[in-house]
Design a protein around this ligand. Structure first.
Ligand SMILES: [Zn+2]
Length: 238
């Protein structure tokens, strides 16, 4: 009996290994994050190289389980997202996003919701619109963190459960969400947040990507919301 098997997934990050090999971190449908060794991936003549050379493609890899890694012995690219590679700034921001995911997601924990979010994200991000990308990236990150178990409380004060969130609000990174006027004061672990930025955070977390790409958010408020999501991510990472 052959021990070959197939995994279907998206390459999150790659790193060079030995002289010409590459280790790729794949978020797979079957096992969640796995490490796959692709021998000769940095050689031009390699048959395996094209499989992992394209950033952000959905690949189906034929693998054999080794001691430390899965070893890739073949496969095919199943879906390409051409537009992502066309603009340098889009490519680098998505690469940065995927590095973040790779850093926080544990190996061998498959999650159908995360896999499906990842594919939907790539399909929506396959757009020439820079404006849509700037909404999709933070939306993906906040949803992803929530699926991973780090859901920020942004519908009520974390301390008193009050839903009266109008003015003098803070995002408390230590407590993992919004605190009301009574329970917040400015210090290093908290950041002041306006109700319009809070509204954007709620939209990004709770609305579907399809809906979100149709929205027009204030650039300034969106940027502030992105800062909070990134800082929230950093807190979970540490
Ligand atoms: Zn409160």
């Amino acid at each position: 009996m052959s021990s070959d098997e197939y995994i279907t997934g998206v390459v999150l990050q790659t790193r060079d290994y030995k002289e010409s090999d590459r280790i790729v971190y794949v978020y797979s449908q079957e096992y969640g994050k796995v490490e796959v060794l692709v021998r000769g991936a940095r050689k031009i003549i390699s048959k395996l190289a094209p499989l992992v050379a394209e950033p952000f493609a959905l690949v189906r890899l034929k693998v054999v389980k080794g001691k430390a890694y899965y070893h890739c012995i073949g496969g095919e690219v199943q879906e390409r997202f051409y537009n992502i590679g066309k603009r340098y700034s889009t490519m680098t921001s998505i690469a940065e996003l995927f590095n973040k995911i790779n850093a926080i997601v544990k190996k061998y924990k498959s999650d159908a919701k995360i896999f499906s979010l990842l594919i939907t994200f790539l399909q929506k991000a396959n757009t020439p619109s820079q404006e849509k990308i700037t909404i999709l990236i933070p939306a993906f990150l906040i949803k992803f963190l929530a699926f991973l178990g780090y859901r920020p409380e942004i519908r009520m004060c974390v301390v008193c459960r009050s839903k009266e969130l109008e003015t003098d609000l803070f995002f408390d990174f230590k407590k993992g969400g919004i605190v009301c006027k009574k329970h917040g004061s400015d210090n290093e672990e908290k950041k002041e947040i306006s109700s319009s930025v809070l509204y954007i955070l709620q939209q990004l977390l709770y609305k579907k990507l399809d809906f979100l790409v149709q929205q027009k958010f204030s650039k300034k408020d969106l940027r502030l919301a992105v800062d909070i999501i990134n800082q929230f991510y950093q807190w979970q990472l540490e």
